[in-house]
Design a protein around this ligand. Structure first.
Ligand code: 6PG
Length: 300
């Protein structure tokens, strides 16, 4: 249950008692949105956040009662971003979401669209392998092409009767919304104001054309992490693509997020330093789901 709930314009903020209540609220909101989207649009195209925060919500979606609420056959799964490591690496966002959710529910395999940037065609694997940058660049270009094929038209194999068809192309189409885009982008936020892999002061935050792009960014602790916390190649959805989404849901948990949450929601409009503030879908809704610890520095 929300301890506090407030809304201004299309941005709403809901605060839950603790991390478990937050996870439950996020999972319920996603399930409800999936049900409604499949009913109205014939499909639910969702981009899943990586990081640690959403894991529990993913687990709850894969368990009764929410397991039975989501029309899984109509779900199309994307990732907001990926760290360019092997799929088996504990730092892999694909691995986390598969373990917690995707591999535990009946989503048809051809509707699961991971970003694969941890291996090159010569079999060299991992962020430290020669060619990691090239692999990230190629993978981003391929993901961009995949998104354009699925959202702009032409791929009947993935639309197979579940999607609204527009003209001759079997593309995704938002009945009743301005564009063809994600139904939901689920996003986390970093203590530096990044979201997805859109890091402060990185070129990628100014991307206007591509829908997926490579970026060299933060390292994540774990096996295979480079010494000294050196960064990692990643692939991320870009600001223009995320901003076409019908709905964006940010989730933040824990005291270490309190200061960035307050700055993003109540601070001066300094979007370039805080990439999370660039996410403002002109026709979509934005919801922030917080636990009490992440909300402690909010004014009300
Ligand atoms: C990633 C992300 C990233 C994440 C935030 C929050 O791959 O690192 O997708 O944007 O959501 O860094 O991460 P936590 O949930 O682990 O705090």
């Amino acid at each position: 249950m929300a301890g506090r709930d407030r809304a201004s314009g299309r941005v709403s903020v809901a605060v839950y008692a603790d991390a478990e209540a937050l996870a439950s609220a996020v999972a319920t909101a996603v399930a409800e949105e999936a049900r409604r989207s499949v009913e109205v649009r014939g499909r639910f195209a969702v981009a899943l956040a990586g990081g640690a925060t959403p894991r529990r919500a993913y687990e709850l979606l894969a368990e009764p009662p929410l397991l039975g609420v989501v029309p899984w056959q109509g779900v199309q799964v994307f990732w907001t971003d990926e760290r360019c490591v092997e799929e088996s690496d504990p730092r892999s966002n694909e691995r986390m979401a598969r373990e917690a959710l995707v591999d535990r529910v009946p989503i048809p395999p051809d509707r699961i669209h991971p970003i694969r940037c941890g291996a090159d065609q010569e079999g060299k694997r991992g962020a430290d392998a020669p060619g990691a940058e090239q692999v990230a660049r190629r993978s981003a270009a391929e993901y961009d092409a995949l998104l354009r094929r699925l959202f702009q038209g032409g791929d009947h194999t993935v639309s197979s009767g579940l999607l609204h068809h527009t003209g001759s192309a079997g593309r995704f189409h938002h009945a009743g919304s301005a564009g063809t885009a994600l139904d939901l982008a689920l996003l986390g936020v970093g203590t530096d104001g990044h979201t997805a892999s859109l890091f402060p002061d990185s070129e990628v935050i100014h991307e206007r054309r591509r829908w997926a792009a490579p970026v060299f960014g933060h390292a994540v602790p774990g096996p295979g992490a480079t010494a000294g916390g050196e960064g990692l190649w990643r692939v991320t959805l870009t600001v223009p693509f995320i901003n076409m989404a019908a709905s964006v849901l940010f989730v933040a948990s824990g005291a270490e997020k309190a200061s960035i949450v307050a700055e993003v929601l109540e601070g001066p409009p300094d979007a370039d330093r805080l990439p999370v503030r660039l996410i403002r879908p002109p026709t979509g809704t934005v919801r922030w789901f917080l636990d009490g610890s992440a909300a402690t520095l909010l004014s009300k």
